[in-house]
Design a protein around this ligand. Structure first.
Ligand SMILES: *Cc1c(COP(=O)(O)O)cnc(C)c1O
Length: 270
């Protein structure tokens, strides 16, 4: 279980146990870090896992899905239209008919319990800082960081999707359900999506190779690469006050590189 996905799952696993559920069901794309982490968590903590995957099956399975399967996850493919309606009562009750009783973990793992888990990330940082940055997919992680800061410092998210202004509303609702709606020391930057989710260009790839060869820290172009590109660009544009100390949260996601480097053979990440 890598990166932020463990923090998002932790209290969901406890809740599933408490409710006496033996099976976790969740949703994701074919390269999803969340599917990967849920499969691993199921194996470690003895839950059956069902992964509802967007689109059709492609054989051989990519590295993400074959890892999931090897860890005991049952994979089931949902056409894109039904997938879009995955939160509707109709689709959920079809899944219940097919798979029986399960504990539902939402796509990307984001819910109130995920926010509670990501709150704890703040306590693990033992240096002083002014800003904490993270990439945003669903923004559950950012909501957790904000709630962990409790009004101190500033949390800055970088949207990895295009047109993601809805994320600010989503963070608002997540903060509200976790009793933190008064916190305003945060923002989401929408400028570094590079064309959309999982899209990238040579400027981003060159940045990633330079960053990794300088720091020896591996990053990937879906989440952490976009955030770090954004941080460096904002530093150049004087967005941050002089002398600020910026923490960038490495949210993981390196497993996805294996599938990606196959998809785009010409790009050499490291
Ligand atoms: C899922 C994921 C994110 C996004 O987290 P959200 O809580 O959905 O915003 C960021 N980075 C990596 C590596 C991820 O796998």
């Amino acid at each position: 279980m890598s990166g932020n996905k463990w923090h998002k799952l932790k209290y969901n696993l406890q809740e599933a146990r408490k409710q006496g559920k033996n099976t976790l069901l969740t949703f994701g794309g074919a390269y999803s870090n969340h599917i990967y982490a849920t499969a691993a968590a199921g194996k470690i903590f003895n839950f059956n896992t069902i992964g509802i995957i967007r689109g059709e099956e492609h054989l051989p399975l990519n590295p993400t899905l074959s890892f999931a399967k090897d860890n005991g996850m049952q994979l089931y493919y949902l056409d894109r239209t039904s997938y879009r309606n995955k939160n509707s009562l109709e689709v959920i009750s079809q899944l219940q008919e097919k798979f029986g009783d399960f504990y539902l973990v939402p796509e990307g793992g984001t819910n109130e319990l995920a926010v509670k888990g990501c709150r704890e990330i703040i306590k693990t940082i033992d240096i002083e800082f002014d800003y904490i940055c993270c990439p945003c997919g669903t923004s559950g992680t950012l909501a957790g960081l904000i709630s962990g800061l409790q009004g101190h410092n500033f949390a800055l998210g970088f949207a990895v999707l295009k047109g993601a202004s809805f994320l600010k509303r989503d963070v608002g609702s997540l903060l509200k359900i976790s009793g933190n709606s008064s916190l305003i020391n945060w923002d989401i930057n929408l400028d570094y999506h590079f064309g959309g989710y999982a899209k990238f260009n040579s400027a981003l790839m060159n940045f990633i190779s330079r960053f990794t060869s300088l720091t020896k820290i591996p990053i990937e172009p879906i989440y952490t690469g976009k955030m770090l590109f954004g941080i460096y660009d904002l530093i150049a544009k004087d967005y941050f006050n002089e002398g600020s100390r910026i923490v960038a949260l490495h949210t993981g996601g390196l497993q996805g590189l294996r599938g990606l480097s196959k998809k785009s053979k010409r790009i050499d990440f490291f």
